[in-house]
Write a new protein. Structure first.
Ligand SMILES: *Cc1c(COP(=O)(O)O)cnc(C)c1O
Length: 327
């Protein structure tokens, strides 16, 4: 990194290289539409259901691309990451497919289902106490002791490029669009989407969507620098990130029109819509972009709009609670 020019940012060429690596390995998810959604919004919406991606979220794309891009020696030594969400499962699964050992650092109180899923994909889970121990320090120590390569969940050029392949497919299959709407946590998905959209569909306006409770990205865009917040309280657990990255923020600042927010209630409404009308299980975070179209947080009337549904990993008990009719 250079203090004057900043880190060198990934480009659309990196998204194309990721698409080559992922060919025949990641699912090419469909482009889907719904007459009901179009009537409801007076727009033409095209959904990209990454809940149907391998391991249930777009994170497989970035995780696989990052591990596949390592040198033979790095692959042999293995990788480490810290996450209890979809990135952990993506790294574990991609490592299993590529024969690369994976270590996942998870808090002692991580949901048992997530630990089991990660172990089921072959990841070695290392537990820590999140009240007394620092996961970054544990990651650094494991990396230096065992020669592991750290693969962070969003602020990494190959992760961003891999995530961009979802938008590349969507635009190639169903574009061009007037507007593209993308869920936003740490910004890997949105930055990758921006690289693809600006190359393939330069007139498209790009919006990121955060949960109302955690609008650090919106604040960062307004302020022109990365704003850090406390861990937000929201059902969108995939977007509980507290700050954007040194790579994702400059791309978002350069290419993204605006960042808007939606409430948890709007996420639940969207989950119900996808289950009932489109027979899709979409997790709360996966509904961020759609909820912005449905509520008008992004004005879509009269437009052709690409909408990323980012994932579908929600345990059945929670899903049932979310979609149960409120009486
Ligand atoms: C991680 C995740 C996000 C946010 O992605 P970022 O790259 O961190 O912005 C959105 N939706 C789902 C389902 C996720 O797992």
């Amino acid at each position: 990194m250079n203090a004057q020019t900043g880190p060198s940012l990934p480009t659309y060429a990196d998204v194309e290289a990721a698409a080559e690596r992922l060919k025949g390995i990641a699912h090419h998810t469909p482009a889907m539409s719904s007459a009901t959604a179009n009537r409801r919004t007076n727009a033409s919406l095209v959904f990209k259901p990454e809940n149907l991606q391998r391991m249930g979220a777009f994170k497989f794309r970035g995780g696989y691309n990052a591990i596949a891009s390592l040198s033979p020696a790095q692959k042999k030594a293995g990788v480490v990451t810290f996450s209890s969400g979809n990135h952990a499962q993506a790294i574990a699964y991609a490592g299993q497919l590529l024969g690369v050992p994976t270590t996942i650092i998870m808090p002692n109180d991580a949901p048992a289902a997530k630990v089991a899923a990660t172990e089921g994909y072959g990841g070695q889970v290392v537990r820590y106490d999140r009240y007394t121990q620092d996961r970054l320090a544990i990651g650094d120590r494991l990396a230096s002791e065992r020669g592991l390569t750290i693969i962070p969940p969003y602020d990494h050029p190959h992760v961003i490029a891999g995530q961009g392949t979802a938008t590349k497919e969507l635009i190639e299959d169903a574009g061009p669009f007037d507007i593209l709407i993308v869920p936003l946590g740490g910004g890997g998905l949105l930055a990758g989407a921006a690289l693809a959209a600006k190359a393939l569909n330069p007139g498209c306006r790009i919006f990121g969507v955060e949960p109302e409770a955690g609008n650090d990205g919106q604040q960062s865009l307004r302020k022109g620098e990365i704003v850090k917040i406390g861990v937000p309280k929201t059902i969108a657990d995939g977007a509980q990130t507290a700050f954007l990255g040194d790579l994702t923020f400059p791309i978002i600042q350069r290419d993204v029109e605006d960042i808007v927010t939606v409430s948890d209630a709007a996420l639940i409404d969207a989950m119900r819509f996808f289950a009932e009308r489109m027979k899709l299980v979409v997790e709360p975070t996966g509904c961020l972009a759609a909820a912005a179209a449905f509520t008008g947080a992004v004005p879509v009337e009269g437009r052709r709009v690409g909408v990323i549904l980012s994932g579908g990993n929600v345990d059945l008990a929670s899903f049932a609670r979310f979609i149960a009719p409120s009486v």
